[in-house]
Every structure is written in C-alpha cells, then in structure tokens.
Design a protein around this ligand. Structure first.
Ligand code: 8DG
Ligand code: MG
Ligand code: MG
Length: 147
C-alpha cells in the first residue's frame, strides 16, 4: 500500500537548568545529526507535557526532574533532512531533583553523551531550533530575584 502522507508531530524538550548551566547532548539522528540539543522526545497519546518531559529526561539521562514549567512552543520544519520531518516543539524548563547526580548516556545509539554547558558559553553547532532561539535572545532562566 502507498505510504501515508507525512503529518506534523509533537515533541517536548527540556531546558534542564543547574546554576547558570543547561544540559545538552550531541545527537545521533537523521535529524540534526551531531548537533548539541536538549533532552526530549515525542509526546505520547494522552500524556501531559510535564509527564512527557519527566519521562524523556529520565529515559535519556537517568535524571529525575522537579519544578517543570512550560516556556514556549516553536514550529520546526525539517525538509532538508535525509528524512523530512515537521515538529511542533514544546519547550519546558525544569531543575534536576538531585543536583549532585551526574547524567548517564542511557541511549548511546541516539546521543554521544550529556554535559552541563554554561549559558554564556554554549557549544557549537547547536541543533538549529535551539540555535535560532539563542540567536533571537531567548533566555530559559527564571528572572533573578533582586539582591
Ligand atoms: P522518542 O522515541 O524517545 O519519543 O523520541 P526521541 O528519539 O527522543 O526524539 P528526538 O529526536 O530527541 O526529539 C523529537 C524531535 O523534537 C526532534 O526530532 C526534533 C524536535 N526537537 C526540536 N528541538 C529539539 C531539541 O533541542 N532536542 C530534542 N531532543 N529534540 C528537539 O525541535
Ligand atoms: Mg527519547
Ligand atoms: Mg530524544
């Protein structure tokens, strides 16, 4: 039978924040191969954004998260990739539940490894949906309490 027409999918990704650092991993994927990206993945049928964020972060890094909040949504069309794709990407922020715990590379077939990167000194190349946000001045950190 012929292939069904492609459809947009929903992804949930997480700015996991520790001090002034974010957790990034270098992708192994047909989409954005080798670029630095946030943990995250596909929203499952019936799942909340918060539950998806917690599930994907734990599946990919072994870390549990706290204080999950919705930040923004972007529309990402990947027509140039080997396998064209279209994602509506939901960006959340969260904190590690146990800040001293190190991330584990739980899906080594999908990621080269996780690391904490200072927001002022991000690695390159970033996955382009993230690169576009950073260039646009997007800041995932909550406003600083005044001292
Ligand atoms: P799953 O099977 O675990 O559900 O999916 P996954 O293998 O973890 O999916 P993914 O590629 O990590 O995430 C799904 C899509 O989300 C990805 O193909 C494109 C979109 N996406 C963005 N920005 C980011 C990002 O910074 N990180 C991740 N992981 N995905 C992102 O638009
Ligand atoms: Mg995943
Ligand atoms: Mg993923």
């Amino acid at each position: 039978s012929p292939l069904p027409p492609p459809v947009p999918r929903v992804a949930v990704v997480v700015f996991l924040l520790k001090g002034r650092a974010v957790l990034l991993g270098r992708r192994r994927s047909t989409v954005g191969d080798s670029t630095f990206a946030l943990p995250g993945g596909h929203l499952e049928f019936g799942e909340s954004f918060e539950d998806c964020a917690a599930r994907e972060v734990e599946e990919e890094t072994g870390l549990k998260i706290d204080g999950t909040e919705l930040l923004t949504v972007t529309n990402n069309v990947f027509l140039e990739e080997p396998k064209p794709a279209h994602y509506v990407t939901v960006f959340m922020r969260a904190r590690p539940a146990h800040p001293e715990q190190e991330p584990e590379n739980c899906e080594p077939e999908k990621c080269h490894g996780w690391g904490w990167y200072d927001w002022g000194d991000l690695p390159s190349p970033l996955f382009w949906p993230l690169e576009r946000m950073v260039r646009g001045g997007f800041d995932p950190f909550p406003p600083q309490a005044s001292r």
